[in-house]
Design a protein around this ligand. Structure first.
Ligand code: HEM
Length: 353
């Protein structure tokens, strides 16, 4: 994962549209494993492509683009005349108890999410898209991640996060069309320009591993609500056994404890709401007191954050036992328009040209 958020500095709406056209052309080259623009031997100007991924192949690169609230309104008001097109699900997230958000790792007017099997290929994509953006948008923050957590298909073995637990067992499977239509893709509820798109919430969540590593296996398992090695829910045998939130032990206590992460996050605890989680681990080195600055780049896709991420996170912020071991340090939300048809460009339906 190489995820970058940009601030727009474009003078007008036409310049934003030009940037999105240029990004689309560059992205279609990148996604085919080609240089971002044709290379030539002109010795007098900088090379059209920065070159670090030449020969690396496509490495299953995917590029996802998003629009933050700053495209629709800014400190100077509706600078691009798009205010009336702002989709109502694109809310500014409320502050959640316990948040320790760093503004330098939060927000942004535009998002580029590059994912690839080779980190060099993902880096190259963001590097070159930032270059293409020059004069219209500037990098605000970026985050590198590795080892996708959250399986999104039963064909994948569920990966583990840096706390050592399988992550993504109970996730929406991207091949489940009905679940994707019900929870992830924007449908007729619109607005029209967002149809077939989705909303992404990104949270940089630091894991306090020093503390976690000193807690007992029992405490770790009761905090998550699952068994560490098998991934089975407490009270179950196999990873994919149903999590039985109603089960009581011999002394009448819930088998999956109150405050266990899976209990508090479960759809049945949250009015049936689900999100597609697609997180990555991050390792940003060591902080100023010698602790590892590592964790989860939590990335989740949904139809409407007001109905999905916000209430789920509100419950987690209040009740999740995991809070003792994590700290939310970055946050952003973007509207992700539908994929681009041949000849089209990212955001074309919004700009109406
Ligand atoms: C560092 C932070 C987090 C860690 C380490 C973590 C870890 C886990 C683990 C190990 C599971 C159990 C396996 C699975 O079903 O995927 C799980 C489940 C889940 N998590 Fe998290 N998670 C974190 C943050 C979040 C956040 C911020 C949300 C949403 C706001 C969330 C939503 C969920 C949901 C919906 C489930 C599935 C619950 C179920 O239906 O059984 N998680 N998480």
């Amino acid at each position: 994962l190489n995820l970058a958020a940009f601030d727009l500095v474009a003078a007008d709406r036409g310049q934003v549209a030009d940037l999105l056209r240029a990004w689309t052309a560059a992205a279609s080259n990148l996604a085919a494993g080609r240089p971002v623009a044709s290379l030539d031997d002109n010795l007098l100007s900088p090379p059209a492509d920065t070159g670090e991924a030449i020969g690396s192949g496509v490495a299953r690169l995917t590029l996802t683009f998003g629009f933050g609230s700053g495209l629709f309104s800014g400190p100077e008001g509706d600078r691009y005349g798009l205010g009336s097109s702002r989709p109502s699900p694109l809310v500014d997230l409320p502050a959640f108890p316990g948040d320790q958000l760093d503004p330098a790792r939060s927000g942004g007017d535009l998002l580029v999410q590059a994912c690839a099997d080779d980190p060099l290929v993902a880096f190259h994509a963001v590097h070159n898209l930032a270059r293409v953006a020059r004069g219209a948008a500037v990098l605000r923050w970026s985050q590198v991640g590795f080892g996708r957590t959250s399986s999104v298909s039963r064909r994948d073995q569920t990966p583990r996060n840096l706390m050592g637990f399988k992550d993504g067992t109970n996730n929406i499977q991207t091949g489940d069309d009905a679940a994707m239509a019900a929870h992830v893709w924007v449908g007729v509820e619109g607005p029209t320009w967002m149809r077939g798109g989705t909303y992404v919430v990104v949270r940089r969540i630091r894991m306090l591993l020093e503390k976690w590593d000193r807690s007992s296996l029992d405490e770790q398992q009761r905090t998550i609500g699952r068994l560490k090695y098998s991934g089975a829910p407490i009270g179950g045998q196999q990873e994919h056994d149903t999590v039985d939130l109603g089960a009581l032990d011999a002394s009448g206590h819930p088998v999956v404890p109150t405050g266990a992460h899976v209990r508090e996050a479960a759809p049945s605890t949250n009015g049936g709401e689900r999100i597609l989680r697609r997180g990555y681990s991050f390792d940003d080195g060591v902080d100023d007191v010698g602790e590892q600055d590592v964790g989860l780049v939590f990335v989740c896709f949904q139809q409407d954050p007001r109905r999905q991420f916000v209430p789920i996170q509100r419950r987690l912020a209040a009740n999740d036992g995991l809070n003792e071991y994590i700290r939310h340090t970055g946050s952003a939300v973007f509207a992700v328009p539908a994929g681009v048809a041949p000849g089209g460009w990212v955001g074309q339906s919004l700009f109406g040209t």
